[in-house]
Write a new protein. Structure first.
Length: 86
């Protein structure tokens, strides 16, 4: 049996203070419904990070998965770009 297509998003890690969990901020640019101006909308997702490899500022890809906790329904698949070390 084949699984359905899973949603995938690319975002930036804004918090990695929890155990095996990161908060990923995903931004999307959409036209305003009334005026048509392009505006940026942001949403935060809690994602499962099994290896705890993500650091704040990393660009990551997350995919939809089964519910893992009360608010965690996403899983980190890959780290696309590491954050620049300060």
């Amino acid at each position: 049996m084949e699984r359905g297509n899973r949603k995938s998003r690319v975002g930036v890690v804004v918090s990695n203070k929890m155990a095996k969990t990161v908060v990923v901020k995903v931004e999307r640019r959409v036209p305003d419904r009334k005026y048509g101006k392009i505006v940026t909308q942001a949403k935060k997702f809690k994602a499962h990070d099994e290896e705890q490899a993500c650091q704040m500022g990393d660009k990551v890809r997350v995919v939809e998965t089964r519910p893992m906790s009360k608010d965690k329904r996403w899983r980190v698949v890959e780290v696309i770009e590491k954050a620049a070390e300060a």
